[in-house]
Design a binder for this molecule. Structure first.
Ligand code: ZN
Length: 297
């Protein structure tokens, strides 16, 4: 119910809806048994109008909370009709009490729209920062990637944690790459300085990866040998000489695109990939759909 209270006074630039189904009292605190197959089928039938239902890479159902709260499952989506269609597809033996549909900002990345003030970098603030990668990322124990960006003259340390599924990809960032990151500022601990926990990263520009290599003999198609420092290069086969090394462009292992965490690592508000660019201002509170229903068991 916290979500419902949070709605009051919230300015919806973009919105989504969530259907919460409720358990009957005797079931509170007991294990939620739900058919995984039915959740998969529900995703197939209703995606992209519902989202973050299941993490197929980890074969993990995401719609059920784990605590003792009365919610059995919550389905997030773009409109009420898709939610109701989705709810009908979910199979469980448990007799549920009913459902409620809430307007929400889940899936909208509402908390990441603002620019973080990098001169202050206030702990617990969240938003986005644009800057340039200052050092090659380092992987630390646990598979977390850390790097620093520079934004408006301020250094910002960034963390990409292993559960996001992005850490090893982000290890391919290099000094000079231009990025926009979104996330929350975590306060410094005894061991670590203040850091931004990354919830998305958009690569805006990649530095060319240039490599100097020994030139190729154009006649023999063979790598030439160095004749010593500043002595140039020579083909061992035909004797052809060349003065300098060749500049080679090596393909980068990361792309100019948006990178989002795997679904199971999403915070509630993170915008799923299929919602990028979607602004849904038009959810109808009409009478053709039931906003709540109490089941008669
Ligand atoms: Zn040659």
């Amino acid at each position: 119910m916290v979500g419902a209270i949070g709605v009051i006074g919230y300015q919806f630039d973009d919105q989504t809806v969530e259907l919460l189904s409720y358990r009957t009292k005797p079931h509170f605190g007991k294990e939620r048994v739900i058919s995984k197959e039915s959740v998969k089928k529900m995703k197939e039938k209703t995606f992209p109008f519902t989202f973050n239902n299941i993490d197929e890479t980890k074969n993990k159902v995401l719609i059920c909370p784990h605590g003792p709260d009365p919610v059995f499952y919550g389905i997030r989506g773009e409109n009420t009709k898709s939610l109701l269609q989705a709810a009908k597809l979910i199979k469980t033996q448990e007799k549920l009490d009913g459902y409620l549909i809430f307007k929400s900002n889940q899936g909208t990345s509402a908390h990441l729209k603002n620019e973080i003030d990098v001169s202050e970098l206030k702990p617990y603030s969240s938003g986005k920062i644009t800057g340039y990668v200052l050092d090659d990322p380092k992987m630390e124990k646990g598979g977390h990637a850390f790097f620093t960006i520079i934004s408006k003259g301020n250094k910002v340390r960034c963390a990409v944690y292993e559960p996001t599924g992005l850490a090893s990809e982000m290890m391919h960032l290099r000094k000079g790459d231009k990025v926009m990151i979104g996330g929350a500022v975590r306060k410094a601990s005894k061991k670590y300085p203040r850091v931004v926990n990354i919830e998305f990263i958009k690569i805006l520009n990649l530095k060319k990866n240039l490599k100097l290599t020994n030139p190729l003999c154009t006649k023999c198609n063979k790598k030439m040998k160095s004749k010593g420092k500043n002595q140039g290069f020579q083909c061992v086969k035909c004797g052809k000489k060349v003065k300098s090394k060749k500049i080679e462009v090596v393909q980068r292992k990361i792309k100019k695109q948006m990178y989002l965490p795997v679904v199971s690592a999403h915070r509630h508000l993170t915008r799923p990939r299929q919602r990028i660019g979607i602004l849904n201002r038009n959810i109808q509170f009409d009478d053709s759909v039931s906003w709540f229903r109490i089941f008669k068991n």
